[in-house]
Each structure stands twice: as structure tokens, then as C-alpha cells.
Write a protein that binds this ligand. Structure first.
Ligand code: PGA
Length: 222
């Protein structure tokens, strides 16, 4: 079995680096604790779960985090304000969210998304492509990318997609590696994995509360 991927999308939070460090460290410590509380758990945990934290760009280096929330499609040049896949790779990032609906709502097009996935794959990072319809899966991508099914009505609303509905979508996505995202919490997390068949979760709001985020990790890992 492939490892489950638990991805935290902090969005534009928290407001200060000191708060980001506190949150990051308490998640890190908590994961250590989950791994160490049972003699067999350490092995089981490492075999079963990988945790990815995607903070805002400005915190990435200080935290040595492994996930980013976006990137540009060129590796360098006159692109004021953009961050390149190569830059992310150079500071230790492994996963990059692409095409989050909050970015699409603010003007990101599928053409831009397509270029970004290709650029991310080219430097050897793993793109996590956020979609809310199967028709949004690009057809011409060479390489492995992860999908995150995030129905827009469920994002940040506290109204998660029903397990039945998400399960249908999961089935139709065939062999892809698919995460579920949208109002995930410690109560519903396990159902998306065990009942709906997703390979992981993309978590926004609940990832900003270390206790709740750790409960989710514990629930799906053990
Ligand atoms: P939410 O966000 O967990 O706060 O609904 C998920 C996301 O936007 O990735």
C-alpha cells in the first residue's frame, strides 16, 4: 500500500513568523509523540503516513517546510513577485499545491495551471493539482501528479462533502492518487480514507490548530 498523504494548507496564515514557528513545532513534536507512544507505532506510522505542511512562502525557509501553496512556471527571469519551482526545490520543498480554487477564483486559468504542473514536474517536485471536477484533469501531462478533490462548496465552510458523493468521485478518478479536501476535521477524516477510498487529505482550517491537526493524523495513522 502507498503511504497516505496528509497535507496542511495554511493559506495566508498565521500572521507572524513566531506564530508559524510555534504551530510548526507543536505539530512536529506531536507527530513524534504519536510515533513513540507505542513500541510498534513508529514503524507503522512511517510506513503509513507522510505529512506535508504548506505555509506561506515567506515562512518556508525558517520552518524548513516540505510543501508550497503555489509557484510560477518559469525558473528565473523578469517575473516580479513570482517564486520559481527551482527556488522551492533548492530550499527543500517537495510538494507544490497547484490550481487551488481560491487562486482560480482570483484569476488563475487552466492554461496557467497546466504550465505550472509541467514546470513543477520538470524540476522533480510533486504537484498536487486541486480540482472540483474530473473534467479539469489535464490530458497532456507526462509524469506523476497527485490530485486533490476539493468541491468548492466544502472549502472553508464547515460543510464537508458527503462520504457517498466523494466516494463516487474517487471511483471515477480511476488509478490516480487522490486526496480529499474541504472541511476535513478529526471527526470525518478517517471516513474519507476508509469508506471513500482516498489516499490522503488536504486540510485547511483544521491544520491551523495543532491539536486538531494531530488528532486527524492520529486517527488516520493508527
Ligand atoms: P478547509 O480548506 O479544510 O478549510 O475547508 C481546504 C482547502 O482549501 O485546501
Amino acid at each position: 500500500m502507498k503511504k497516505l498523504l496528509i497535507v496542511a494548507n495554511w493559506k495566508m496564515n498565521p500572521e507572524r513568523l513566531t506564530q508559524a514557528k510555534l504551530l510548526f513545532n507543536s505539530v512536529k513534536q506531536g507527530i513524534k509523540k504519536i510515533r513513540n507512544t507505542h513500541p510498534n507505532r513508529n514503524q507503522r506510522f512511517s510506513n503509513r503516513v507522510e505529512v506535508v505542511i504548506c505555509p506561506p512562502f515567506v515562512y518556508l525557509s525558517a520552518l524548513k517546510a516540505n510543501g508550497a501553496q503555489d509557484c510560477f512556471w518559469e525558473n528565473k527571469g523578469a517575473y516580479t513577485g513570482e517564486i520559481s519551482p527551482l527556488m522551492l526545490k533548492d530550499i527543500g520543498v517537495k510538494y507544490v499545491l497547484i490550481g487551488h480554487s481560491e487562486r482560480r477564483a482570483r484569476g488563475e486559468t487552466f492554461e496557467m495551471i497546466n504550465k505550472k504542473i509541467k514546470a513543477v514536474l520538470k524540476v522533480g517536485l510533486k504537484p498536487i493539482l486541486c480540482i472540483d471536477k474530473l473534467s479539469q484533469i489535464p490530458k497532456d501531462i507526462q509524469g506523476n501528479y497527485i490530485l486533490a478533490y476539493e468541491p468548492v462548496f466544502a472549502i472553508g465552510t464547515g460543510k464537508p462533502c458527503s462520504v457517498e458523493r466523494s466516494k463516487k468521485m474517487r471511483k471515477n478518478a480511476d488509478n490516480n492518487f487522490v486526496l480529499y479536501g474541504g472541511s476535513v476535521n478529526s471527526q470525518n477524516a478517517k471516513d474519507y480514507i476508509e469508506k471513500a477510498g482516498f489516499q490522503g487529505l488536504l486540510i485547511g482550517g483544521a491544520s491551523l490548530n495543532s491539536k486538531e491537526f494531530l488528532r486527524i493524523i492520529k486517527n488516520v495513522a493508527i
